[in-house]
Design a protein around this ligand. Structure first.
Ligand SMILES: Cc1cc2nc3c(=O)[nH]c(=O)nc-3n(C[C@H](O)[C@H](O)[C@H](O)COP(=O)(O)O)c2cc1C
Length: 143
């Protein structure tokens, strides 16, 4: 059974709703799933899982949340070579640049972003977006 970690940050709950649906999907596909937030785990501990899904909304001007998530990912970049990752998050008025940059960055660091691109939901995920999150969770479980 694959061990999946879902680790996220949220300001107003939208990325958390995505995380909840991703967890549901991964569990339904038979994975053992743990959920945490960026302030409750170290980058090193993420490597105890077969697959890690990181979630963070678009913040600042098309960047990750800067006080916690950005420094965490900078550290994780150094130890993520060969790891299977999923990336997800909610956004508002932008076009997803923060997510494209995040995917490129993790691939450049040697990780394997298993779905090829990040999963995005515009603001609060609607029923279609939640269904995509569940499918994303299933893909993580099977990666
Ligand atoms: C300080 C701040 C900066 C933001 N910057 C962006 C941005 O650069 N691009 C974008 O598309 N949305 C931006 N947003 C909108 C959020 O990404 C959007 O509201 C998202 O749904 C928040 O997710 P959350 O509920 O998980 O925090 C920003 C929101 C805040 C509060």
């Amino acid at each position: 059974m694959s061990k999946v970690l879902v680790c996220f940050w949220t300001g107003s709950g939208n990325t958390q709703k995505m995380a909840d649906a991703i967890v549901e999907g991964a569990k339904s596909a038979g994975a053992e799933v743990e959920v945490t937030m960026f302030d409750s785990i170290t980058p090193e501990a993420c490597n105890n899982y077969d697959v890690v899904a990181f979630g963070c909304p678009a913040m600042g001007a098309e960047v990750l949340e800067e006080s916690l998530v950005e420094p965490f990912m900078t550290e994780y970049e150094g130890i993520c070579s060969g790891k299977k990752l999923g990336l997800f998050g909610s956004y508002g008025w932008g076009d997803g640049q923060w997510m494209r940059d995040w995917v490129d960055r993790m691939n450049a660091a040697g990780a394997n972003v298993i779905t090829g691109e990040g999963l995005m939901a515009n603001n609060e995920p609607d029923a279609d977006a939640l269904s995509e999150c569940q499918s994303f969770g299933q893909a993580l479980a099977k990666a």
